[in-house]
Design a protein. Structure first.
Length: 116
């Protein structure tokens, strides 16, 4: 078994696609009015248009992106420049070595130096 896709429900496909496109610095792998998908190595990060009326603010699932330290800080900076806000900054905590941010949609995502 392998993990194929993690997806987030979004209310504004254009704005959400633009945020993740700028943050990930890559074009979508697949895109339609109701679905956008970015390839990150072998995993797909999907955006699903919430056109079925679900009430939500963000989600309780948190994708985790792993980085080398030098790349992490540039990614955090780019995330903030594109509208992400810091939820938990554990970069200064020895045991954590990660930071949790929230996208403009309210979806949390974690950036870590998990391997170190």
């Amino acid at each position: 078994m392998k993990l194929r896709t993690v997806y987030l429900k979004v209310n504004d496909m254009a704005a959400s696609t633009l945020f993740w496109q700028k943050l990930l610095e890559r074009e979508p792998h697949k895109q339609s009015g109701k679905w956008t998908e970015f390839m990150i190595d072998t995993i797909r990060l999907g955006l699903l248009l919430n056109d079925f009326g679900d009430e939500y603010s963000g989600s309780s699932s948190v994708p985790v992106f792993e980085f080398e330290e030098h790349a992490l800080h540039a990614f955090v900076k780019r995330a903030k420049e594109n509208g992400a806000v810091v939820v938990v900054d554990g970069l200064e905590i020895e045991a954590m070595k990660s930071i949790v941010l929230s996208s403009p949609d309210g979806h949390e995502f974690e950036l870590c130096m998990c391997h170190a």
